[in-house]
Ligand binder design. Structure first.
Ligand code: NAD
Length: 333
């Protein structure tokens, strides 16, 4: 990418946005970051960081001003399954406003390319009722029956991107992330996803103790390491592909397997206590990467075990720094 590229990353105070800003800076781009909050765990590498609430149209206009070429629109009200199932109205309202305003402001400010971060939550729920799920192809989003609230909003904004492309010849890219994990992501407070939550619980548990797992733990997912995610984003933006594209791995695991992998990294033997009253989302979800391979000639490659090792060690160290675990509780290196 040329040094002349001026790029806006929204949601740059969040997990994926923060990592993406670092990557774009390393490639020589000039980067403006926008979010309602600064990144939690380290300073942003962006040239400019503007604290703006993109639910307001004037903020979207401000954020996209000044000759920006590309917009990665990652800002969203989101969290793990507990969070997104707790507030359908609030989440849908916030995200509809962010995305509608960002699309219109980007068009009016002459942005060349706009990438929308969609989600595997757009997929038809009826196709995810079995733990041994057939991996989801992009066309499996229809007939529409996505996750209530969060998933419906993502699916509608995908359509909105297509309308902008058709009616205004506005260049849009649509990425459907499957679960992303890695260091510098939220690991407590209710917005964390399964790999971070499990890493935290394992780090805090005494060897021989027990940890709580949501559901029976036999629900399945695939998980993508953050470096692969950022790589895929940059590749998709550079491509000519305007329709929705999966971005995830196809390494399917049960949540119980995920817990066992993290426990092994930590060198701990733990008993799993399953809480069936907690939300677990769809029964099975995996990414079919045939289209991703065809379009980008690439797919995420880091194994879950390798990515979890880095992630677990980072969370363990954070808990140590905040005085919540002692050095003696650290994983055997
Ligand atoms: P994140 O919550 O860490 O980051 C989202 C950021 O958006 C946050 O920093 C938040 O403060 C910001 N934001 C929320 N409301 C805003 C507003 N009104 N104005 C400006 N900023 C606002 O989430 P993430 O994991 O980095 O996700 C990035 C994008 O990818 C989101 O669109 C999310 O829906 C999508 N996604 C992520 C995953 C995943 O596994 N992480 C999976 C599917 C889709």
């Amino acid at each position: 990418m040329s040094t002349r590229q001026r790029v806006l990353v929204t949601g740059a105070g969040g997990f994926i946005g923060h990592h993406l800003v670092k990557r774009l800076k390393a490639e020589g781009c000039w980067v403006r970051a926008v979010d309602t909050k600064l990144p939690e765990y380290e300073a942003s590498a962006a040239d400019e960081f503007e604290v703006l609430d993109l639910r307001r149209y004037e903020s979207a206009l401000l954020g996209t001003r000044g000759g920006i070429h590309q917009v990665y629109n990652l800002a969203a009200d989101m969290g793990g399954i507990g969070y997104i199932t707790a507030s359908h109205a609030g989440i849908s309202h916030n995200n509809v406003l962010i995305n509608a305003h960002m699309l219109e402001a980007s068009r009016l400010n002459g942005i060349d390319r706009f990438l929308f971060s969609s989600s595997a939550c757009v997929y038809n729920q009826g196709k995810q009722s079995n733990a041994k799920v057939t991996a989801l192809r992009e066309e499996d989003a229809y007939p529409a029956d996505p996750e209530p609230g969060y998933g419906w909003e993502k699916l509608f904004t995908e359509e909105l991107c297509r309308y902008y492309a058709q009616d205004y010849k506005f260049e849009t890219r649509i990425v459907r992330f499957h679960n992303v994990y890695g260091p510098l992501g939220t690991y407590e407070g209710g917005k964390e996803k399964a790999p971070a939550a499990i890493s935290r619980k394992v780090a805090l548990a005494a060897n021989g103790g027990e940890i709580e797992v949501w559901g029976d733990g036999e629900q399945t997912r695939s998980f993508m390491y953050i470096d692969d995610c950022v790589d895929g984003l940059v590749r998709l933006m550079a491509s000519d592909y305007g329709d929705a594209l999966n971005l995830g791995t196809d390494e399917l695991v049960t949540i119980n397997q995920l817990v066992r992998m993290v426990s092994k990294i930590a060198g701990k033997s733990l008993t799993l206590r399953h809480d069936l009253s907690k939300p677990q989302g769809v029964r099975g979800r995996n990414s079919d990467n045939a289209r991703l391979n065809r379009i980008l000639g690439w797919e995420p490659s880091l194994s879950l075990e390798s990515g979890l090792e880095v992630t677990y060690k980072w969370i363990e160290n954070e808990l140590h720094k905040s005085g919540r675990i002692s050095k003696a509780q650290f994983a055997v290196a």
